[in-house]
Design a protein around this ligand. Sequence first.
Ligand code: PEP
Ligand code: MG
Length: 762
Amino acid sequence: MTAKAGTAAPAPAGSRRLLRQLRDIMAGSGTAQARLDRIVRTIAAEMVAEVCSCYIMRPGEILELFATEGLKAAAVHVTRLRVGEGLVGEIAARRRPLALADARAHPNFAYRPETGEEAYSALMGVPLLRGERVLGVLVVQNKAQRQYHDEEIEALETIAMVVAELAASGELVSPDDLRQATGALLPARLEGVRFNPGVAVGTVVLHRRSSAVRTVVAEDPGAEQDRLSAAVTAMQADLDAMFAATELAAGGEHRDVLETYRMFAADQGWLRRIDEAIRSGLTAEAAVERVRIDSRLRMEQVRDPYLRERLADIEDLADRLLRYLTAPGSAQGRLAQQLPKDAVVIARTMGPAELLDYDRSRLKALVLEEGSPTAHVAIIARALDIPVVGRVAGVLSQAEPDDPIVVDAENAQVFLRPAQRTIAQVEDSLRARAARSETLSSLRGLPAKTRDGTAISLQINAGLLVDLDHLDETAADGIGLYRTEIHFMVRSSFPSVAAQTNLYRRILAKAGARPVVFRLLDAGGDKRLPYWADMQEENPALGWRALRVALDRPALMRQQMRALIEAADGGPLTILLPMVAEVAEFDAARSIMQRELDREARLGRPLPCPLRVGAMLEVPSLAFQLPALISRCDFLAIGSNDLSQFLFAADRGNPHVANRFDTLSPPFLSFLRRVVRHCEAAGRAVSVCGEMASHPLEAMALVGIGVRTLSMTPSAVLPVKAMVRSLDLTAVEPYLASLLDLPDRSLRERLRNFAVDRGVEL
Ligand code: PEP
Ligand code: MG
């Protein structure tokens, strides 16, 4: 936003007086139109502007001039601008204030002769916001060219909150028009990104709109400050209680996420800004809302994902605090609203604690307009097994409370107000899925052997302690990839050696006799550590990440090794090195590890036995040093996610290119087959632990080129086992070999047809 963040306007008596006048007008007699006319006159007089106009959103994304002081009266209800058209349209489209010393010089200035506005130079306008929606635009204009100060813009934003109340009341335009103007009533299909798989049919609950601010202008700022501090104290106490009581209390990593959140609840900068807004004449809840809007606008401009998430946490806290102020005593300010039994919650972003507020038994899915799969809320949602679709552009402005909704996280799509037929279809497929999952669970105790008797080891990928519960549920053979970086990512500072040791010990205890492959810290790229500020890079995927960081900062790696060695306590330990690009890197890492082993031996501590060290094959260059690599490492793990992004030069996080190339293609499968053959010949174990292994069709191709160990997302284990048990290796191996020289972009269709013809379960 234009106004300086964090410097709320001083508390001018004028702004308080104006707010009081507006409140009296709002509460006074007369039609809504008459009150709006009085409001624009009062604002123009108090803000020393020749013009004050109010535009209201009409159906079809049209902004209609509803009231004006200063422009020609004949233009009222005649002048209409599309969203995006002219300066008023631009303010609505960008949902941001705009202040110009000479509006006529702006390229977007749209001249409307009926208004007579050519006489005015300076313009300052702000959107009328209600939740996420733009209800209109409030503008002041001056004849002389002048710069508006940040304080004036802030004052107009505060005033806009009062005017927005009138616009949202349904008195100026009918509630139906309002609904149509600000959101579609038609069915809509929206696409996003899959954060957590699953499908759900349910009813929309808008996360943000649970706490509309009713009273904007304060009678007594002192009393409002008291209300604020009582609410803050109650909120902090309840957060403590909630985090202690939640079903996630025991999970080490989740606690870190929650602790960070709690820290924000005591952030002095945030509380000070609210206090300043109260002193400018707002009620406590309006002040919280005011600061919330401020941080959301700032968030829209921040590109850094870490900072965005921090701002999102602050925004969520504002929501929580609003609930304490608007409904004191209602279940300690936790979500007072009655949730439907099939709630699908829609939010812009959400902090981790917000999700825990919802009754888990009624929460069917989560849809986020922003966010990332590594956002804290996504981590918590995964642990709770709630389907999540993220980055669904426009969902908040299109969804209405109580709308029916289908969330198809499998295909990263959301259906708003779907036709009854669509719902019936999805419910059918949900029933089929449930039946299939029952059939699948009967596979739990059966071996993962092909029809001709070859055993395939199926393991799971994990990153949170709760993931280990899936070992028993799926009867997987072990953990083929434990992403240790998740523990580092969800904290506010580096975990100590003791904290790491404790976590690794718990993992090993939970896994029991089943092997666990601990991948050393794979930070950087899209896996940012919140406390590691200097990781801004032009090309993060190709940058200073994973083993590169470890080799440059050996102390980090040594500490992690120390924790792992201590946790193993003389038992077996398997270590995997992420993103090895050349044999020299493997050697360098091995010698750092050796220094730590020597240190532990000197201290008389038991060394892990056996210690196995493997390399991840994610960077294509390593595949050209296979003999040297194989003679040094105990096993190879192919990270197909990174390997495919590097082999095809296609950023895995960029939606424009991420799906452009198929891993089921001759170049990718040939590459893998070459690696697998080398390992086979040398008797060296090799596994695939990227996403690819989690899809039955891809897994079939991997088995067909010789892979015998697959590590996957836990929910894939039983479906992949069903595929393995229905597969005949003697048929699939020669078939795949016959495909690898084809010039095709993808072998997907051929492989699918093969599976269908041969009765392979996909
Ligand atoms: C991979 O790159 O395939 C992999 C398993 O590692 P990550 O997805 O954690 O980068
Ligand atoms: Mg990787």
